[in-house]
Design a protein around this ligand. Structure first.
Ligand SMILES: O=C(O)COP(=O)(O)O
Ligand SMILES: [Mg+2]
Length: 219
């Protein structure tokens, strides 16, 4: 039985608009100027604590634990209140996931986003029940690119090939560290040229993914 584990932000979903909205609600509370969507996209990938560090750096603020906690907690209140309204599935994602499930693939999620909003986003699209395991940024004491979260997701599956699908430098590094074949989705939040990231396959639309996964599972 083959299994495929997916990253979430920038891979299955374009979640930046909701993250952007929650960050700007947080900044508006202190009459601070808003961030642009491209700025916020560039901050996503390493989980919420790093997202907030990057916001503070972009605003020229010095590192400060109390300030970081205040921004983090206020952001999470806004984000948890509304994580899915502006979030969209990338084209072909639903058909791809349902097709993989129907043809016997086991499916998992490994994301640096906390489990709560991750589950809520998948649930809002009616897709949560397709996932046999959900590992979020708060599931373990470490986040991707540490391989532990991906290994924890892979451990949910019985013997057989386990593949990973993601969009970013973090995902490529995590797959390499975990020793899993990696399919890179090229339309997400990546900042590095795809050819400079370790990967076993590339794809720009989810219609192409099932055939790629079949090939990787046989290799
Ligand atoms: O929450 C993030 O920073 C990114 O999450 P991801 O691991 O789903 O890309
Ligand atoms: Mg991602």
């Amino acid at each position: 039985m083959a299994a495929v584990i997916f990253d979430l932000d920038g891979t299955l979903v374009d979640s930046a608009p909701d993250i952007h909205a929650a960050l700007n609600l947080t900044l508006a509370e202190e009459a601070a100027p808003p961030l642009t969507l491209p700025q916020v996209v560039s901050f996503i990938g390493n989980g919420v604590p790093v997202l907030i560090e990057r916001v503070m750096r972009a605003r020229g603020e010095p590192a400060d634990a109390a300030r970081h906690k205040d921004l983090h907690d206020r952001f999470m209140r806004h984000y948890n209140a509304d994580p899915a309204t502006l979030t969209t599935l990338y084209p072909g994602v639903e058909a791809c996931l349902r097709g993989l499930s129907a043809s016997g693939w086991q499916i998992g999620l490994c994301t640096n986003k906390p489990q709560g909003p991750s589950r809520e986003i998948l649930g809002s699209f009616g897709l949560l029940e397709l996932f046999a395991v959900v590992i979020g940024g708060d599931s373990l004491s470490v986040k991707k690119p540490d391989p532990a979260p991906l290994r924890a997701a892979a451990a949910a599956f019985a013997a057989g090939p386990v593949l990973y699908v993601g969009d970013s430098e973090v995902d490529a590094a995590t797959a390499a560290a975990a020793g899993l074949p990696f399919a890179l989705f090229t339309e997400g939040y990546r900042k590095t040229p795809a050819q400079d990231l370790p990967h076993q396959a590339l794809f720009s639309h989810f219609d192409a993914l099932p055939a790629l996964l079949q090939g990787l599972a046989r290799s």
